[in-house]
Each structure stands twice: as C-alpha cells, then as structure tokens.
Design a binder for this molecule. Structure first.
Ligand code: HEM
Length: 171
C-alpha cells in the first residue's frame, strides 16, 4: 500500500499531539528508527495497522477513535491539500460515487499500487451501500474517511461497517 496513507497519519499525529508522540507511535509499532516513509513508497498493510495501534496507544485513543481521527484528517486536511482536484466534487455524495473511479485512475501510473475498488448499491435514495473490494481487509478505515467527507462538505451523514460493506445514510 502506498506510503501516502502513513504520511497523512504522521501529519495528523505531529500536528495534534506533537513529534514526540509520532516517534512513540512508531516505537510502539516496533518500527526501526532508520525506516522512512514516502508518499509513493510501499507500506505493508499489517505495518500500517501496527502504526495505527501505536498511535492509539501513544495518544490514549481507542482504535476506533484513532481510525476516525485519521479519516477526518485525510478527508478534511490532507486530501484537499494533496489531491485537491478530486475535491472539486460538489457534495460528499458526488465524491463518494466517484471514489471507485478516483482510486482506479490515480493509482494507474503508480508502480505496485493495488487500490481498493468499490461497488455501489442504492436502497432508496438516501441509503448507499458501498461494497469494499480489496484483499487488504481495511474496510474498518472507511467510516472515518466517509464521516470526514461529511464534515468537509458540511453534510449530515452516518457511516457504519456491515460485513464487507459500508452503509452510508444521507439525510
Ligand atoms: C479523493 C480522496 C481520496 C484519494 C485521492 C485516495 C487515494 C488513495 C490511495 C493513493 C491509496 C493507496 C492505494 C494503493 O496503495 O494501492 C488509497 C487507499 C485506500 N483508500 Fe483512498 N483515497 C481517497 C479517499 C478515500 C475515501 C473517502 C475512502 C473511504 C471509502 C477511501 C478508502 C481507502 C482505503 C480503505 C484504502 C486502503 C487500501 C485498501 O483497502 O486496499 N479513500 N486511497
């Protein structure tokens, strides 16, 4: 998985809790001090989740709170800054419906990228079911990222994992 995910987490922890907490998170995750992360470098998903656990431990958050904080930072700060073009969508709904395409297109030119894919199913016009298709098993990251989009676009929505999908309820 691309290191951009870790760079976002690093930015969040450094800004919110300080550089020392980031160092502690990596230490708790058993990451050697010489290890560096870059936007396009590769990170194993198990390594990423260990770092997330390290963050939770260092910042005294539950795993769910840590993943929520990550999702909010990605969708409201890091994403709009680093991938601004995709945030020209006019609503969370529009961006979400474009998300499968975004992941496919933006990782095409990235060597060794294997983006998650999303399949969409509507139940009525307010409940969107996003089926998560990736062997990485990181569907638990989705609700925080989606709630972050709700915050970015100032929209009321809820998101929860149901099996291998996320139910997004618009209001
Ligand atoms: C426009 C904003 C976004 C951009 C530019 C973006 C881009 C990326 C990139 C570059 C990766 C790494 C892919 C790889 O290494 O193969 C990734 C992974 C991921 N993205 Fe996004 N993303 C965005 C928003 C979202 C949102 C809102 C969600 C929530 C549904 C999401 C869900 C995920 C997940 C779960 C992964 C982890 C990889 C996996 O599960 O296979 N992304 N994204």
């Amino acid at each position: 998985m691309k290191g951009t995910i870790v760079k976002c987490l690093e930015e969040l922890v450094t800004e919110k809790f300080g550089a020392e907490k980031w160092r502690e998170s990596l230490e708790r995750a058993g990451i050697p001090e010489w290890r560096t992360f870059t936007v396009l470098g590769d990170v194993d998903e198990a390594e990423f989740m260990r770092i997330m656990q390290g963050v939770a431990g260092a910042a005294l958050l539950s795993m769910e709170q840590a993943m929520d904080a990550f999702g909010e930072h990605w969708s409201t700060v890091y994403g709009p800054k680093v991938y601004g073009a995709y945030f020209s969508a006019r609503s969370a709904r529009e961006l979400l419906l474009n998300l499968d395409h975004i992941h496919e297109v933006m990782t095409k030119s990235m060597e060794s990228a294997r983006p998650p894919r999303f399949r969409y199913e509507w139940r009525g016009d307010k409940l969107l079911i996003m089926h998560y298709e990736s062997r990485r098993g990181l569907a638990a990251l989705m609700p925080g990222l989606i709630r972050g989009l709700g915050k970015y676009y100032n929209e009321k929505l809820t998101a929860r994992v149901v099996g291998n999908a996320v139910h997004v309820q618009f209001s």
